[in-house]
Design a protein around this ligand. Structure first.
Ligand code: AMP
Length: 217
């Protein structure tokens, strides 16, 4: 017997995703969207700001990665999407998932940028024309301050594990990063928990976000 939620779960093609993304989803063997994906992908594809309350293991990474990839103009070699993560490990994982889900997007260039790794290699990769930059707050600001990262063309930003970044003391860095992004952009917050601190940063940096919450699997 199948879990009952599957009865109402739409299929991936019904979520508004483009063919190269559906192909990558099929390659990975994903059969059905997880609940957070079914709820978050359609409004994100349509351009709405989002707050997704969900845990690791819910499929949240693909929930923001698929809409993000759909919005890229691969002919323009400038950062158009930014993902901010609490840790180096998470930044690497997200970048890996971007490469997997973007496997049929020719020329896609996603660059991870985190502390504790040499700057020069990251600078070279950024100079090579990154479409997507995934990084930790301190190192992202470091690149911004040195002029090795430009955010003027960013149209979508994801704050992944926002509650954890706040717990780790990154509030000022998050505020500074968000403050440097163009106003005309889409903002997606993902967080395992909601509290006053999380709500405050969301309120200050998003427009009428849709709130999506899924129960822990
Ligand atoms: P996450 O919650 O983003 O850390 O994802 C947890 C794991 O589930 C990852 O290994 C994904 O590759 C996998 N995954 C994400 N979405 C799906 C899906 N719709 N079907 C099967 N596996 C998935």
């Amino acid at each position: 017997t199948r879990p009952s939620f599957r009865m109402d779960t739409p299929s991936f093609p019904e979520l508004g995703l483009a063919q190269p993304l559906l192909q990558a989803i099929a390659d990975l063997g994903f059969e059905r969207p997880s609940p957070i994906q079914a709820l978050a992908i359609p409004p994100a594809v349509q351009g709405h700001d989002l707050v997704g309350i969900s845990e690791t293991g819910s499929g949240k990474t693909a929930a923001f990665t698929l809409p993000l990839l759909q919005k890229l103009d691969l002919a323009r070699h400038v950062p158009q999407a930014l993902v901010v993560c609490p840790t180096r490990e998470l930044a690497m994982q997200v970048c890996e998932e971007i490469h997997q889900l973007g496997a049929h997007l020719p020329g896609l260039h996603a660059v991870p940028v985190y502390g504790g790794a040499p700057m020069d290699r990251q600078i070279r990769h950024l100079r090579d024309g990154a479409h997507v930059v995934v990084g930790t707050p301190g190192r992202l600001l470091d690149h911004l301050d040195r002029g090795t990262l430009q955010l003027a063309a960013v149209r979508i930003v994801v704050l992944d594990e926002a509650d954890r970044m706040l717990d780790m003391g990154f509030r000022d860095e998050m505020e500074r990063l968000l403050g440097q992004l163009p106003d005309e952009r889409q903002t997606l917050f993902f967080s395992a928990t909601m509290n006053r601190e999380v709500a405050r940063i969301i309120e200050g940096h998003s427009h009428d976000p849709r709130r999506i919450e899924v129960e822990q699997a």
